[in-house]
Ligand binder design. Structure first.
Ligand SMILES: NC(=O)c1ccc[n+]([C@@H]2O[C@H](COP(=O)([O-])OP(=O)(O)OC[C@H]3O[C@@H](n4cnc5c(N)ncnc54)[C@H](OP(=O)(O)O)[C@@H]3O)[C@@H](O)[C@H]2O)c1
Length: 337
């Protein structure tokens, strides 16, 4: 190895109770001074802040993955290869991978993708070109199939996945309604992203507003949050409608996870609840990225990326802010050099 590096990484110091707080995380340092054959050293440039992380911070094996106490916090990053002993990677290349919340990481290259910066800027590989964009792309186009005659509701519309999903549904000609937590974010959805309607679900009459703008019923409910908004919306699901279970952010910090009460409407309306996991589409990521970057360059879509600059120490604060709904699009920590 040419140099020694001091890595800084964020680990879990205690299992959060309710919303994760800053002091549930700690920052530790370690020295990196060796690179074995086939390994690469990556310097992190951008860290994606993922809502799903909260579900993993549990003292139980109830879910597929977990982060245990003292473990490195999981997270997708975009970084630059600064040393390589792996013939597939060269110094200076930008890569994307689930390498965790840390300044430097050593990897054997497995599961690491190269970012083609001709297609999009590096930070966009965590938003529109990353899992949020890919999730919106395949779950809508392959599963929900929006079309001009359809009413689409995006719950969690201003987040990383929702902000792209709404734009793809608009491209398909559907009428698109979004829900989010503030009037400012509603304005942004309409003015910046072209949503037809946006509803602040913190308002007490949000459901009346939703029913009024969905002149007929909803053909597609694209659900990122679960909870009360999804539950109430089921009352106006359309005939043979689809409720795409993309995520359940409202439940991730809860001890006891609750499903919807109004499921009976699915039976009456011959509608379905449909699960979805992006990793099923791994062999088609390239196809999606070519289309997404083409739409970006043709200014047909935006890839909203909410950048905050700082050191890895800033991660706990931004993770708290994500759950306060402070992000417009994908929350990304841009690391200082
Ligand atoms: N199925 C898949 O393969 C797949 C892939 C990627 C992501 N996902 C899931 O998709 C969902 C969205 O992910 P994302 O990365 O795009 O996150 P995100 O929407 O960018 O960020 C989380 C947002 O959730 C909202 N929120 C926070 N606490 C909430 C609560 N208690 N109730 C309702 N809303 C709350 C906030 O928006 P408001 O201001 O609007 O409240 C916040 O901005 C997550 O559940 C994630 O797990 C699934």
């Amino acid at each position: 190895m040419n140099n020694k590096y001091i890595n800084k990484k964020v680990i879990l110091s205690s299992y959060p109770v309710g919303l994760a707080k800053k002091n549930d995380f700690s920052v530790v340092t370690e020295e990196i001074d060796t690179l074995n054959d086939n390994e690469i050293l990556v310097k992190t440039k951008y860290i994606g802040i993922d809502a799903a992380l909260r579900l993993l911070l549990r003292d139980s094996d109830d879910f597929l993955f977990r982060v245990k106490k003292d473990d490195l916090i999981r997270g997708s990053i975009v970084g630059e290869v600064i040393e390589s002993k792996n013939p597939k990677f060269s110094d200076g290349e930008y890569v994307l991978g689930s390498l965790g919340v840390q300044k430097y990481c050593v990897s054997n290259g497995e599961g690491i993708e190269k970012c083609d910066l001709n297609l999009a800027n590096p930070e966009l590989w965590l938003s529109g070109m990353g899992l949020p964009g890919l999730t919106a792309y395949f779950s809508l186009l392959d599963v929900c199939k929006p079309s001009p005659d359809k009413n689409v509701l995006i719950i969690g519309a201003a987040g990383a996945v929702g902000s792209i999903a709404g734009q793809i549904a608009k491209l398909a000609g559907s009428k698109v309604i979004g829900t989010t937590s503030s009037d400012e974010k509603c304005k942004w959805l309409i003015e910046e992203l072209g949503y037809d309607h946006a509803i602040n679900y913190k308002n007490k009459d949000w459901f009346e507003e939703l029913s009024a703008v969905s002149d007929k019923r909803l053909d597609i409910i694209f659900d990122n949050t679960g909870g009360q908004v999804m539950d109430e919306s089921l009352k106006i699901i359309g005939m043979k409608g689809i409720v795409l279970l993309c995520g359940s952010t409202s439940q991730y910090s809860e001890n006891e996870i609750k499903g919807p009460n109004n499921y009976i409407w699915l039976g009456t309306m011959r509608a379905r609840l449909q699960g979805f996991v992006i990793f099923d589409y791994e062999d088609r990521y390239e196809e999606a990225r070519l289309n997404l970057s083409k739409w970006l360059n043709e200014k047909k879509i935006k890839m909203p990326t909410h950048l905050v600059e700082g050191d890895v120490d800033k991660f706990p604060e931004i993770f708290e802010d994500l759950y306060k709904g402070k992000n417009y699009g994908k929350f990304v920590l841009k690391l200082n050099d």
